[in-house]
Ligand binder design. Sequence first.
Ligand code: SOE
Length: 389
Amino acid sequence: MRKINIGMIGAGFMGKAHSLSMAAMPMFFWPAPAIPVRKVVCDLTMEAAEQAALRLGFEKYTDNWRDVVNDPEIDVIDIVTPNNSHAEIAIAAAKAGKHVICEKPLASTLEESKQMLDAVTAAGVKHMVAFNYRRTPAVALAKKYIEEGAIGQILNFRGTYLQDWSADPNSPLSWRFQKALSGSGALGDIGTHVIDFARYLVGEIAEVMAETKTWITERPVQAFGVDKLGTVKLDEQAEKRPVDVDDEFMSLLRFENGAIGSIEATRNGWGRNNFLTFEIHGTKGSLYFNYENRDELQVCFADDPADRRGYRTVYTGPATPYGEALWPIPALGIGYGETKIIEMHDFIQSIVEGREISPSFNDGYRIAQISEAILRSAEQQKWTKVDLI
Ligand code: SOE
């Protein structure tokens, strides 16, 4: 069976998720399109890289990402670093002829996103941006129902992504709160997942009308700046520096197909953990999904007899998308790991079969344009056309 050698740059939370997906993919999808080999991992220091190799199961390690990109043994570069480093690595990888999978959002600026898209297009390599949540089986089932016309013409989309890990003002100023490193705040970090849902399920977004807010305008500086997603709290006396990204945004949407919608995201909503939801109304029914109950899709079909009509719960399992590869009984439980395993499978399959895979860097760039339109709309307080960005 073909083997595909992967060089992973970065070894934090996402490094863990991607390594798991490489190891587990053939256990779920068999025969696998190819076996992903955890060849080399790169981290900031040799000591950290050695630890990462041991923990995440890589054969080799380094503290120099250029060595990974230029390693003739490597077929795929997997980028799981902070947003501001995506572009340089992806462009070098494409020039070296490597296929690239990159964590979301595609980059920290619109310009970099475009340069990344141009580089992979010119090199003719396969590319994917890791908006993994659309590969939750219940979300893929919603897509199937929509494509089958089961809920008719789509009228609207209401999407939210609410978390609370940054609601405490003593949560440190990690890279996620610094524009130069992240590009934006809740918008790029989690709002982009909802933008991906909206485009995947409903269609292209034409115009936005948005509001953004930064509630906590400075945060304590953390030694070494390691991102711990709010699990580390610093004391009130620690030196503080400004936050220059959004804590929260809300946006109205107009889709090209005439549907309307809204998206909102915050990481400061006490009590919300990974509250990633959508509700979609169509002329023949409705769909509702909440990632916190990710085995379930709520569906209502208008044709049901009036005395039975209402939302029902479909648990994903063998009969629903990806069912043949996952667990044999509905509701045994889909986790974050499974969404990443499916993502890795679909990316490796696209390389083996020589075809494009979505979400690609094209999608990542369009999502960057929509994000930019949201920021501009909030700044200028007016409806903003994405095509003019
Ligand atoms: C932090 O908000 C974060 O880790 C995001 O960066 C991920 O994309 C999301 O899946 C979980 O939350």
